[in-house]
Ligand binder design. Structure first.
Ligand SMILES: *Cc1c(COP(=O)(O)O)cnc(C)c1O
Length: 467
């Protein structure tokens, strides 16, 4: 049975998977969600226990893509995507005592969890564009992780020309080199002399430029893309299965959260039938989500830089998907709510809506001091060096864990070598880059430095694309 997708704001056409994949955002400004949540077949969790990660991934995702992409093509894309990981487990679990488990989401090519979704989404994009004989120009802004994951996913593909803007001098050297040492002809790195927000404004302006947008067939692979959420549902399933989920044993997850895409995928897994008893939404000092989940209101504030930069975010776009679900899937209501939020910078939901989350959802705000302390303490106790995002997840899990007899999975979202300064200052030694990236600092880079000026950036892109 083919699923269609509806917009959270209720005023965009219903689309099939392939159209949702290429569209990203809905035309009414909303986010696409499946018209209903497919249930895992009876006995599926038991069968998954003896299957490898790609096989489980195909089974879990198939109901979302069926009718849009041929089964054989989908299986090949999934196998290839996860063959780029450095372990056949793809997402290994590590027991750190006290029934706490790290699910390591960073075994892909760029050492952060974005690879899990983007390695697959890049291949699905390519597949669908080929089928349509189309080419796209992908434009994106990055503060670090997403850019490199998108570049790795799309390098050397002749269906996409990729332009990634990063703020010059404001991403870490590891992050910059992971992008700029990819010398594939379809990859273009633009270092803009401004902040991440300036980069994002330029990207928004490019998309708002109707003639440029259509002429160049602009597209994005940002975190609101449904296909990214879909790919992330899988490791909630495999982790739960590994910890006894097949016999109905509940499992809890703590998720270091920024844009809310990762934890919303967990919600999807729960709706499909995975026995998840608790979600811990872990934030750093930028705690708008903790505010929301504990009070029902949220107010946009300033973004504070922290040790966990990939979570330095004020507006978590994917929260809109959860609001849509708890609001009874009323698109008109969400459209009003989001318009108000944008205009007034603050929004509240009624107590009875929030109550729907009370049973399964908790949140905690972890400051830099506790983050550093958690890295140090965990290293002493287990010998494991945590990256700062994972440390936020672990500290939050320890603070608000509801039931110690339930296994708690902390999603480990980055390899420690990706954030070496924070880790070194906590444990005294610098975590080494894994072998495939060991020579990263010796590789030649290619990027263009441009002033923070829309017209100049646009011209640079036009020049690279040719006529
Ligand atoms: C993107 C990212 C996050 C946040 O994930 P969301 O899906 O945006 O909530 C957390 N940690 C790391 C290392 C990331 O790259």
């Amino acid at each position: 049975m083919t699923l269609t997708y509806v917009s959270t704001r209720g005023a965009a056409p219903e689309l099939g998977f392939a159209d949702v994949l290429l569209a990203g955002l809905a035309v009414d400004g909303g986010l696409y969600v499946p018209e209903r949540w497919p249930a895992l077949p009876v006995g599926a969790l038991g069968r998954f226990a003896s299957m490898d990660y790609p096989a489980v991934a195909v089974e879990v995702m198939w109901p979302f893509v069926e009718g849009s992409i041929p089964r054989d093509d989908f299986e090949v894309a999934v196998r290839d995507a996860y063959a780029s990981f450095d372990t056949p487990d793809v997402v290994p679990l590590r027991d750190i005592g006290d029934d706490l488990h790290l699910a390591e989401l960073w075994h892909g090519p760029t050492l952060a969890f974005k690879d899990i979704a983007l390695q697959l989404v890049g291949r699905l994009f390519d597949l669908e564009l080929r089928r349509r004989s189309e080419r796209v120009t992908i434009v994106g802004a990055t503060s670090g992780d997403t850019g490199s994951a998108a570049i790795e996913a799309l390098r050397d593909r002749d269906t996409a020309e990729v332009f990634i803007l990063h703020p010059a001098g404001r991403v870490s050297e590891v992050q910059r080199r992971q992008m700029t040492t990819v010398l594939s002809p379809n990859i273009h790195n633009l270092a803009v002399e401004g902040t991440f927000d300036d980069c994002q404004d330029i990207v928004k302006a490019l998309f708002a430029d109707e003639s440029f947008r259509t002429r160049r067939n602009l597209s994005a692979v940002n975190s609101i893309n449904w296909a990214r959420v879909m790919a992330q549902i899988v490791y909630y399933v495999t982790s739960a299965v590994r910890l006894g989920g097949a016999s109905g044993r509940p499992v809890a997850f703590s998720v270091p959260t920024g844009n809310f895409g990762n934890v919303f995928a967990g919600y999807g897994a729960q709706r499909m039938g995975v026995p998840i008893s608790q979600f811990v939404v872990a934030s750093n000092r930028n705690d708008i989500l903790t505010q929301f989940l504990t009070t029902g209101s949220m107010t946009i504030g300033e973004v504070h830089p922290t040790l966990s930069p990939s979570m330095d975010i004020q507006v978590s776009s994917n929260l809109e998907r959860l609001l849509f679900e708890i609001g009874g899937r009323d698109g008109t209501e969400i459209a009003e709510l989001m318009t108000r939020f944008r205009a007034e910078g603050t929004v509240s939901v009624e107590a009875e809506r929030l109550d729907l989350l009370a049973e399964h959802w908790s949140a905690a705000r972890i400051d830099d001091e506790v983050t550093a302390g958690t890295i140090a303490r965990t290293f002493e106790r287990t010998g494991i060096a945590l990256d700062p995002h994972t440390a936020v997840g672990l500290a939050a899990a320890e603070q608000v864990r509801a039931d110690r007899s339930v296994p708690m999975v902390v999603l480990s979202t980055a390899h420690p070598a990706k954030f070496p300064d924070a880790v070194e200052s906590a444990i005294g030694t610098r975590p080494p880059l894994p072998a495939p990236l060991a020579d990263l600092f010796d590789r030649p880079e290619r990027y263009e430095v441009l002033p923070n000026d829309y017209g100049i950036v646009r011209r640079a892109i036009e020049d690279a694309l040719g006529s």
